[in-house]
Design a protein around this ligand. Structure first.
Ligand code: SOE
Length: 380
């Protein structure tokens, strides 16, 4: 139980996910703000919260400790800034801001205000990803030679698929890279402890024109929604792309991102190969970690608290065979965030992704976009 109170900004895909995870931790979620009074009220009733806020100013005036920002990306910067200035701790959805100037300002502001500021790179918190990090730290993998993988989805496969994320004004000039590619980049850097130092990108917009249904369309909801009328809109953000990577230890890598890969619902894969062994994981089968060896049979580690390192064990709350998944990663990420606030030790090393991490991802995105535009390697 945490004696902290939260409010949720945004009632789309993520707002309810954050709310559920916080409740599982015993954090009181006081209220929610949607796009308008009607959406706030609907979400308040559906989630059984005390308050439906009618404006962002009302949230800031309320007696809450932590603000969760789960709005379209273009609003993150201004909201995070105002929340920090109002003395709230902030947990923001990724990407932290629309550009690195904004995100560096937020990093500085978080330091100045002394508030705790995190970005929701939740995929780090699958227990087997924490175990993978532990194995790298324990030198089980040896010097890392290569880091490759992909993050692919199919919810934007057809030109009739639409959500605010496809609009550069709402989500930023990069889409697939910023929306899902940064999860992969954050994850592999968190696991390996390496930093990406240079990128070479080739991005592609499969559908330069999409048919936008009248009214808002929730993320992932296109497959089951009846569409009455549509408007044609020009798309300037990428559907997919390839990025070559160089890491600070000299390792090489590559990432393929796509939101137009049929059959892959939400599939992040990585393979990390080192001098002693290799690791591979797939988010669609998150309770299994593949361990590759040259001189003995390979292994498949099934998530089981009893088989994880003691430091990782607290992040796996169900016995082996009782699968943990996507919603659990939010719970574990928020647990790390709220524990840090509750411990009141600002000198402790944060176990959650910080605004610095969020800023780093945006710097990477800018290098990726520049590389694509200029058709050459760009140093980060
Ligand atoms: C949509 O692509 C999305 O909801 C991302 O925005 C999330 O970060 C990812 O967890 C799932 O896919």
């Amino acid at each position: 139980m945490f004696k902290l109170t939260a409010a949720i900004i945004g009632a789309g895909f993520m707002g309810p996910v954050h709310t559920e995870a916080l409740r599982r931790l015993g954090v009181r979620v006081k209220g929610i703000l949607g796009v308008d009074a009607a959406e706030s009220r609907k979400a308040q009733i559906a989630l059984g919260l005390d308050r439906a806020y009618s404006s962002f100013a009302e949230v800031l005036e309320d007696d809450i400790d932590v603000l969760h920002i789960t709005t379209p990306n273009r609003l993150h910067y201004a909201m995070a800034k105002a929340a920090l200035q109002a003395g709230k701790h902030v947990l923001c959805e990724k990407p932290l801001a629309m550009n690195s100037q904004q995100s560096s300002e937020l990093v500085e502001l978080a330091k100045k205000t002394g508030r705790v500021a995190g970005v929701n790179y939740n995929i780090r918190f699958y227990p087997l990803n924490l175990q993978a990090r532990h194995k790298v730290q324990a030198d089980d993998i040896g010097e890392i030679y290569s880091v490759v993988g992909s993050y692919v989805q199919d919810w934007l496969l057809y030109p009739t698929d639409y959500n605010w994320r496809v609009l550069a004004d709402e989500g930023g000039s990069l889409r697939a890279v910023a929306d899902i590619g940064t999860h992969w980049l954050d994850l592999v850097q968190a696991i390996t402890g390496l930093q990406v130092t240079a990128v070479c990108a080739d991005l592609k917009t499969i559908h330069p024109v999409r048919l936008r249904p009248r009214g808002e369309v929730e993320t992932f909801s296109g497959k089951v929604r009846e569409v009455a009328a549509t408007d044609k809109i020009d798309i300037r953000t990428e559907d997919c792309g390839a990025i070559l990577l160089r890491f600070d230890n000299g390792a090489s890598g590559s990432l393929w991102v796509s939101q137009t890969t049929a059959g892959r619902k939400n599939c992040l894969r990585y393979e990390i190969a080192g001098a002693k062994s290799a690791l591979s994981w797939n988010s669609e089968e998150p309770n299994e970690l593949w361990l590759g060896y040259r001189d003995k049979p390979n292994e498949r580690l099934l998530r089981d608290p009893g088989l994880l390192d003691v430091a990782v064990r607290p992040f796996a709350n169900y016995p082996g065979g009782h699968n943990e998944g996507f919603p659990d990663t939010f719970k574990q990420c928020f647990r790390a965030f709220y524990s840090y606030i509750a411990n009141e030790d600002m000198n402790a090393v944060p176990q959650f992704p910080t605004f610095e991490d969020g800023h780093h991802e945006i710097v990477l995105c800018e290098a990726i976009l520049k590389s694509h535009q200029q058709g050459k390697w760009i140093k980060v």
